[in-house]
Design a protein around this ligand. Structure first.
Ligand code: SAM
Length: 188
């Protein structure tokens, strides 16, 4: 069992933790079951702000309950809408944005992130990042829509001007069954 390089999502958290400080404003672009949002809430602390997006009512409702139970709801704004509308809701710079793509585990697999809206959200997100802010994107190519999303997203990401930011791809190259991969972007 690997301890340090086991999952794309753990690597994402390590990168985010390296950058985010107390009182920061950050975005969780795919709230899902709310695990990442709890992690972000810890990092920004009581006076920070986390803005979360998800298109599924159930994700928003369950996460809201989790946050209330942990007394963290005051630092969170949950938005029941697609992340492709990021800039309609957010007009401040943020230090970090997390994308954990795909579908909600244990729920309808048809309701999944799709490359067109993901790319739109990533574009808007890069605009919103402050200098040296970080974006992480965990991609799941193990299902059909996810594979298409990986291909299209990588095509787009490779066109980002290096003056705008550094784009890193982390991929397990000796694992079977299309393991998740991680993209990290630091804004310049
Ligand atoms: N971060 C989550 C956690 O900690 O549990 C896991 C996220 S889950 C893998 C992906 C989520 O993206 C699903 O809940 C799904 O409803 C959501 N999603 C799909 N399309 C979306 C969109 N256009 N905008 C925002 N969320 C979307």
């Amino acid at each position: 069992q690997a301890k340090y390089l086991s999952k794309a999502t753990d690597l994402a958290k390590n990168l985010i933790a390296m950058v985010v400080k107390k009182n920061d404003v950050v975005i969780d672009a795919t709230v899902g079951n709310g695990n990442d949002i709890l992690f972000l809430c810890d990092l920004v602390g009581e006076k920070g702000k986390v803005i979360g997006f998800d298109i599924q009512d159930i994700a928003i409702e369950n996460t809201e309950k989790k946050l209330r139970d942990k007394n963290m709801i005051d630092r969170v704004m949950l938005i029941n809408s697609g992340h492709e509308k990021l800039k309609e809701y957010v007009d401040t710079k943020v230090s970090a944005i997390m994308f954990n793509l795909g579908y909600l585990p244990g729920k309808n697999h048809e309701i999944t992130t799709k490359y067109k809206t993901t790319i739109e959200a990533v574009k808007q997100g890069i605009d919103l990042l402050e200098v040296n802010g970080i974006m992480t994107i965990a991609i799941y190519p193990g299902h059909k829509e996810g594979l298409k999303e990986k291909e299209e997203l990588l095509k787009y990401l490779s066109t980002i001007d290096q003056k705008q930011g550094n784009v890193l791809k982390m991929e397990f190259i000796n694992q079977i069954n299309n393991p998740p991969l991680l993209i990290a972007i630091e804004k310049k």
